[in-house]
Design a protein around this ligand. Structure first.
Ligand code: NAD
Length: 510
């Protein structure tokens, strides 16, 4: 099958993309398996030299990469640079800093009952990792898991989103430039059917980023085959603004956190709760802030286009529903008047008079829509924020950092920013992921590497004693084990009692 890349900002058709035939999946999997064998023996430091080459290639070809990402997604150039290229470079640097140490065999403590033995934990690659990626940050959400899996010693098959196929092509080029051994990283170009076929071919691990619906389907297919998975799914992130917050910063943070990437981020701000005493001021300032943003398709544009026409339909549906249910359109155009025949530039929308029952406050909108509602006290703000099936990120805005931390602790989500927004994903040293329907598992941080390994526990005995005290024969040992456990773990701890019992057990074991 062949399909054409479309520039979502202009509607123009671009390069032809040749889909990977479904019949090719079996041989891709074989190639990946073969390539993983020598790669797992390659020292971590040597694996990292390939990542360094990618870092250099991406930075030396920065403009070319950024422009191609813009063509594929419609996002502003600044966002192609900061949300995609910078983040990947940071993640590579993090792996260069930490991977050797993180993946090294390490000692574990040994309990007294295993006195004299050594315990270690070692990390072993899982084999072939399948990375299935979405279209909203098509570079970072494919490359970071892929590079982490490679660093951990796996071979990788990446299935980029069919919505942004040019990025799939770009990644193919970047991996080729790095000179990875044949078959170690392969890109499978195609849609969900190809993703499903890749799962049927039984990779050793699936790292999925995408919608809740697809994530649940993938989890079911993986469960049938007992394939472990990480699921990075959707979000409906709340922002809580207290009256004592730096209001200018909170307003600007609200606009950026809601509208960056046209709101097509899993950690976009999708619900804003503002303490009633500053609510009117907040909304007035927010309208001013939004109205001064540029959406002009130039290098300096603040707002790009949306990426995927089906997502535009979801945004339109949520906004219409909210307006029908009594929401107030403070900024933007009613969806009935959207004219998006050439490009998917949706003007930012600010809604007030929203309530928790509206779709726009419950379901992931994933578009340039800002919903603001007031709250009266801290407990209410926390309850409103937690009233969601999602739990990815959140933000809390207050000058009282003790209060902000207290609230952050009580929010049901995988990450919180205090007086900031969306930046948990930008620190590769922090784990990233969600709870509830936002997903299962974490990546980034040390876990971002170890998740692509299975851990092996090794206990070593020098082998000089003839037997262990708990081995056969058991005759006469039961009461002595009673004394041993009481002397060591009971309320009247006695080292002497423990040693006596232990020596007696040794005598009985001869
Ligand atoms: P999607 O679920 O439609 O598609 C994601 C990927 O899955 C695509 O590559 C698609 O081809 C593939 N796919 C579809 N059906 C499949 C199947 N049956 N088997 C295997 N693969 C299949 O998601 P999307 O619209 O591309 O991405 C947007 C979603 O991703 C949003 O919900 C967003 O919140 C979420 N997301 C989550 C994170 C996170 O880190 N938590 C980050 C970004 C995006």
């Amino acid at each position: 099958m062949v399909w054409r890349a479309v520039n979502p900002a202009t509607g123009e058709e671009g390069e032809e993309i040749q889909a990977t035939p479904l019949e090719a999946v079996e041989s891709m999997m074989q190639k990946a398996k073969m390539a993983s064998i020598p790669w797992r023996q390659t020292p971590v430091a040597e694996r990292l030299t390939y990542l360094r080459r990618i870092r250099y290639y991406m930075t030396e070809h920065f403009e070319e990469c950024a422009e191609l990402i813009v063509q594929a997604t419609g996002k502003p150039l600044v966002e192609a640079a900061t949300h995609e290229l910078f983040i990947v470079a940071d993640a590579i640097k993090h792996m260069e800093d930490c991977a050797v140490k993180t993946l090294k065999t390490r000692k574990a403590k040994t309990p007294l009952t295993l006195f004299g033995k050594q315990s270690t934990i070692s990390y072993h690659p899982r084999g072939v990792v399948l990375v299935i990626a979405p279209w909203n940050f098509p570079v970072q959400l494919a490359m970071i898991p892929a590079l982490s899996a490679l660093t951990a010693g796996n071979s990788v098959i990446v299935k980029p989103s069919e919505v942004t196929p040019l990025v799939g092509k770009l990644m193919e080029r970047i991996f080729a430039e790095a000179g990875f051994p044949e078959g170690l990283v392969q890109i499978a170009h195609g849609d969900g059917a190809l993703g499903a076929r890749l799962i049927e071919a039984e990779p050793d691990y699936i790292f999925f980023t995408g919608s809740v619906q697809t994530g649940a389907r993938i989890q079911q297919e993986a469960a049938k085959r007992l394939i472990p998975t990480t699921l990075e799914l959707g979000g409906k992130d709340p922002m809580i603004v207290f009256a004592d917050a730096n209001l200018e910063r909170a307003v600007r943070g609200a606009a950026w956190g809601s509208l960056a990437n046209s709101g097509q981020a899993c950690i976009s701000v999708e619900r804003i709760y503002v303490e009633r005493s500053v609510y009117t001021d907040f909304v007035t300032r927010l309208k001013q802030e939004v109205s001064r943003l540029h959406q002009n398709g130039t290098e300096d544009t603040d707002l790009g286009s949306m990426t995927f026409s089906k997502q535009v339909d979801i945004v339109s549906d949520h906004v219409r529903h909210a307006l029908e249910e009594g929401a107030e359109l403070e900024c933007g155009i009613h969806p009935e008047q959207w004219r998006l025949s050439k490009g998917l530039q949706v003007q930012p929308i600010v809604l007030t008079q929203v309530n928790p029952q509206m779709k726009v406050m419950r379901e992931e909108t994933f578009g340039p829509v800002i919903n603001v509602m007031p709250f009266d006290h801290e407990k209410e703000a926390i309850e409103l924020a937690n009233d969601s099936s999602f739990g990815l990120n959140a933000s809390v805005w207050s000058r009282d950092l003790t209060k902000a931390r207290r609230v952050a602790d009580l929010l049901e989500c995988g990450g919180v920013c205090i007086n900031d927004v969306m930046v948990t994903i930008a620190n590769p040293y922090l784990p990233f992921g969600g709870i509830k329907h936002s997903g299962i598992g974490r990546y980034h941080g040390e876990e971002g590497l170890t998740l692509f390994c299975h851990q092996k526990a090794v206990v070593l005995d020098r082998g000089t004693k003839p037997a262990e005290v708990n081995w056969f024969p058991y005759a006469g040992k039961y009461p002595v084990f009673g004394r041993l456990i009481k002397s060591w773990y009971g309320s009247r701890r006695s080292l002497v009692g423990f040693i006596r019992a232990y020596l007696e057990l040794m005598r009985k074991s001869k």
